[in-house]
Design a protein around this ligand. Sequence first.
Ligand code: 5GP
Length: 138
Amino acid sequence: MSETIFGKIIRGEIPCHKVYEDDQVLAFLDINPLSKGHTLVIPKEPAQTLDALSEESAAALGRVLPRICRAVIAVTGVKEYNVLENNGTGAHQAIAHVHFHIIPKPNRSEGLGIGWPMHALDHQEGAELAARLRTALA
Ligand code: 5GP
């Protein structure tokens, strides 16, 4: 995996506003926040996308994410928020190192805006797809 700016932040080579750190996880404020308190939570493991992350790092992230969310809520006073994790440039991932955004949603104009181009599930197609996914997971 190629070097990213988050690798440099993990190693302390460039500064960040650190929020949390343990052996496997680092959290810091986003440099271009969508709202006050916008925080990034990253594994120290240099995986590019979530599907490439080890179970150990995933577990470490999952363990602390709710706690960091609670701190963001407590400090901003904003109870509503989005947790976002982009994978691949086509899916809006700019930095090729796994990162979860915690983005407070204080009002309609600040925070994350989401396009949601939904359509009804075809249940026959859904049954086949779910079966294939179960096989892939077995
Ligand atoms: P992505 O689009 O990859 O999901 O989001 C990358 C995020 O990283 C963006 O929200 C961007 O503002 C943030 N970011 C990019 N470079 C830096 C940096 O050097 N420091 C910090 N703290 N955040 C960064």
